[in-house]
Design a protein around this ligand. Structure first.
Ligand code: FES
Ligand SMILES: [Fe+2]
Length: 351
C-alpha cells in the first residue's frame, strides 16, 4: 500500500520485515567490544581488527601499552598493518610517519613539521580478564560494566573463545528470547521472567527455571542447584553480556566481537566472588572450578550455536505474552545510541 508517498507494508510482510531489519540492526551500537585476547598481542606486535564493516589496527608498544587506530594512514591511506611498532608508536611503511596509541603523529622522517590534523582516529580501550576491549564511539558513555550481584573482588578463569556464524546482535537477542529456553536449554520457567531496564544501556532478565534433565550439564546443574535455578543476565549495549547464577554464585562475562556483518566471536570468562581467606589448596580448587565453569557455560550454549548459524534476526511475528521480553528487547535495542565515531568513514571497507 502506498500512502503519503511512502510504502506501508502489512505488519508481517517481507518488505516491513526488511525495513525493520535495516532500521534495527544497520550499524554498530556504541558499546564496549572485545577485540583480542591479551596474550595474542605481545609487545611490539600488531594485528588487524574489524568491527562490523570498519577496519582498525591494534598494536602493543614496546613498553606494553595497547592502542588501536584507524587502519589506513592519514597521509595517503597506506595500510598500517604492513608497518611496524617502533618504541611507543606504530610506523607507516610508506613514508615512515609514526603515530602513538592516541593516534597522534609524533614523527615525520623527512624533517617537515607535523601538520595540524596529522592524526589517526583512535578508540579508547581497556584490558580486563586477559581480553582487550575497545569502546566503539567517540567517548565512553558508560564505564566498563560490572554486575551489581558480583563483588569487584573477582576471581576469573582464563578466557575462551567461540566463533559464531551469525551477526553479533544475536547473542543479546537470544538472552531475551524466552520461548527458546525450554526447547533449546531445558529450562522451564516457574514464573514469568522479570525484565528490567537497569539504565538506557543495560537490559536485564531475571528468571527462576526448573531444570529438565536432558544432557550431562543439566544433570550436574541439578546436583549443584537442586531442581530449579535462578539466573540473571544483563546485556550492555549488546557488546557485553553478564550472567550470574544466584545458586552457585558463579557468574560469567560474554564479550561479543562483531568480526563482520555475518560472523561474531564470543569471549567467555567465568567469574566468582573471591573468598576472603585464601589458602593454596582452595586457590587451586577455585582455579580448576572456574576453568570448568567456563567450559560448562560453553557446553550449555552449544545447542544454540548450530541453530543460530546463518540466522538473519528481525522483528517478525511476535506472540502476545510469551514474546513480551523480546518486544522489550527490540524497544531497548532501537533506543541504543549508534553514533559513528569521528572520521569513521575513512575506515570503511571499499567495495
Ligand atoms: S602514507 Fe603513511 S606516511 Fe605516507
Ligand atoms: Fe540460548
Amino acid at each position: 500500500m502506498v500512502k503519503d508517498g511512502h510504502f506501508h507494508g502489512g505488519h508481517n510482510s517481507g518488505v516491513s520485515t526488511l525495513i525493520q531489519r535495516t532500521e534495527l540492526f544497520s550499524s554498530l551500537k556504541n558499546a564496549w567490544y572485545p577485540v583480542s585476547l591479551s596474550k595474542e598481542l605481545k609487545r611490539g606486535q600488531q594485528r588487524k581488527v574489524q568491527l562490523l564493516d570498519t577496519h582498525w589496527l591494534l598494536f602493543r608498544t614496546e613498553s606494553g601499552r595497547p592502542g588501536i587506530t584507524s587502519r589506513y594512514c592519514c597521509h595517503l591511506g597506506t595500510d598500517l598493518s604492513n608497518g611496524r611498532v617502533v618504541g611507543d608508536n606504530i610506523e607507516c611503511p610508506m613514508h615512515g610517519w609514526q603515530f602513538d596509541t592516541h593516534g597522534n603523529c609524533t614523527h615525520i622522517p623527512c624533517g617537515a613539521p607535523i601538520p595540524n590534523g596529522a592524526q589517526q582516529f583512535s578508540l579508547q580501550l581497556t584490558e580486563r580478564f586477559g581480553i582487550i576491549f575497545v569502546w566503539y564511539g567517540d567517548k565512553p558513555e558508560f564505564d566498563f560494566p560490572e554486575m551489581s550481584d558480583l563483588s569487584t573482588n573477582l576471581k576469573t578463569s582464563p578466557p575462551i573463545t567461540v566463533s559464531l556464524q551469525a551477526p553479533y546482535y544475536v547473542a543479546a537477542l537470544n538472552s531475551f528470547d524466552t520461548q527458546h529456553y525450554e526447547k533449546i536449554h531445558a529450562r522451564r520457567f516457574v514464573s514469568p521472567p522479570d525484565i528490567s531496564l537497569v539504565n538506557p544501556y543495560c537490559l536485564r532478565i531475571d528468571y527462576t527455571a526448573e531444570i529438565i534433565r536432558r544432557r550431562w550439564v543439566d544433570k550436574i546443574m541439578t546436583k549443584l542447584c537442586g531442581d530449579t535455578t535462578s539466573v540473571a543476565i544483563e546485556s550492555w549495549s549488546g557488546g557485553i553480556l553478564l550472567l550470574k547464577n544466584m545458586d552457585t554464585h558463579y557468574g560469567s562475562l560474554i564479550g561479543v566481537h562483531p568480526s563482520s556483518e555475518t560472523h561474531c566471536e564470543l569471549y567467555i570468562v567465568a567469574l566468582k566472588d573471591r573468598e576472603v581467606r585464601q589458602t593454596l589448596t582452595n586457590s587451586l580448587a577455585e582455579y580448576l572450578a572456574l576453568r570448568l565453569a567456563a567450559v560448562f557455560l560453553k557446553t550449555y550454549l552449544a545447542p544454540d550455536l548450530g541453530i543460530i548459524a546463518n540466522m538473519q534476526p528481525h522483528k517478525g511475528i511476535l506472540l502476545d505474552g510469551v514474546d513480551d521480553a523480546l518486544q522489550t528487547f527490540f524497544d531497548y535495542w532501537k533506543a541504543l545510541p549508534q553514533k559513528s565515531p569521528f572520521r569513521l568513514r575513512e575506515n570503511r571497507k571499499v567495495a
